[in-house]
Design a protein around this ligand. Structure first.
Ligand code: GA4
Length: 331
């Protein structure tokens, strides 16, 4: 009886679906940041997968370990304490609900802005409510990750043969850059194992709207990416590496050469998954369109021009799994 009640609850709220990855043999591209061929390999990975693993990135592991500790400390707090720093509208603490259009997952998270001059009262409050170490750990981590991310974006531009190496990175370096940061905690769910059916969706399938996302997780698996043929591949976890996603905006700026990768996270039945993701976005007023420096003379833009603000406004009215670029495609 207990099990069937749990089953009903999980079914109703948490979308148990059978979603075993259908491809097991595909190798996720792995890029060594200090490889002289890195720029070429990055471009290839972004065209074929919209996704790659980054090794030899030069960021000392203590930055990751430090933040992981602080995040763990936060998520271990009593629910009532965590709830004081929510809801995520759009920044703050959230549990199970993702966005505001009915998406749910087996997850709790903190969403923060990374722009010091648009720090919202909510972000201030989160850090006020926690020991200062938490803020230092976030700032220390982001300082390193941003620097590395600019380098990756410059390699992308270079690899695409664009003379202006900072065409992408300048948007994130801009003091008005609309970037954000997310700490995700996927608690284990032993009931699902007991029920022995399907998987528990932690974060449903979606693409990231921004330019680029940089993910780091602890050693608990769960992330899956969707290949061009529609099959799903599990990404083996590696707490020493980063995983890079191409976002919708980068797909548009490259006129579809780079693919915004569809991905999702399944919760583990026995282990905690903790991930930290930096989403690099342009300033709100930035006009998003394919880069003229990339287009051949007869090439036509696949997209209608829009500002990042317009895209964001539209995005908050979508469900997670929606194709957010579709309304901006030229027919
Ligand atoms: C997906 C990528 C980032 O996590 C995020 C998410 C955002 C949110 O959690 O508030 C969104 C989602 C994400 C896209 C569609 C909308 C907005 C939830 C949702 C249903 C922070 C982002 O920028 O877009």
């Amino acid at each position: 009886v207990v099990v069937s009640q749990t089953a009903a609850a999980l079914n109703q709220f948490l979308l148990i679906k059978s979603c075993k990855p259908t491809t097991l043999s595909t190798q996720i591209p792995e890029i060594n940041l200090s490889d002289p061929e890195a720029k070429t390999l990055i471009v290839k990975a972004c065209q074929e997968f919209g996704f790659f693993k980054l090794v030899n990135h030069g960021i000392p592991l203590e930055f990751m370990a430090n933040l992981e500790n602080e995040a763990q400390r936060f998520f271990k707090k009593p629910q009532s304490e965590k709830d004081k720093t929510g809801p995520p509208d759009p920044f703050g603490y959230g549990s199970k609900r993702i966005g505001s259009n009915g998406d749910i997952g087996w997850i709790e998270y903190l969403l923060l802005t990374t722009n010091p001059d648009v720090i919202t009262p909510k972000s201030h409050f989160i850090f006020q409510q926690n020991p200062e170490n938490f803020r230092y750990a976030v700032e220390g981590y982001l300082g390193e990750v941003k620097r590395m991310c600019y380098e990756v974006l410059e390699l992308m531009a270079d690899g695409l043969g664009i003379k202006q190496r900072n065409v992408f990175s300048r948007l994130l370096k801009d003091e008005k850059s609309d970037s954000c940061f997310r700490l995700n905690h996927y608690p284990p769910c032993p009931e699902v194992q007991a029920l022995n059916r399907g998987n528990l969706v932690g974060f449903g399938e979606h693409t990231d709207p921004q330019i680029i996302s940089v993910l780091r997780s602890n050693n608990t698996a769960g992330l899956q990416i969707c290949l061009r043929d529609g099959s799903w591949v599990s990404v083996p976890s590696d707490h020493t590496s980063f995983f890079i996603n191409v976002g919708d905006t980068l797909q548009v700026m490259t006129n579809g050469r780079f693919k915004s990768v569809k991905h999702r996270v399944l919760a583990d039945t026995t282990k905690h998954r903790l991930s930290m993701i930096y989403f690099g976005g342009p300033p709100l007023s930035e006009k998003i369109a394919p880069l003229p420096s990339l287009m051949s003379t007869e090439e036509k833009s696949l997209y209608k021009e829009f500002t990042w603000w317009e895209y964001k406004k539209a995005m908050y009215n979508t469900r997670l799994g929606d194709d957010r670029l579709e309304p901006f495609q030229k027919s």
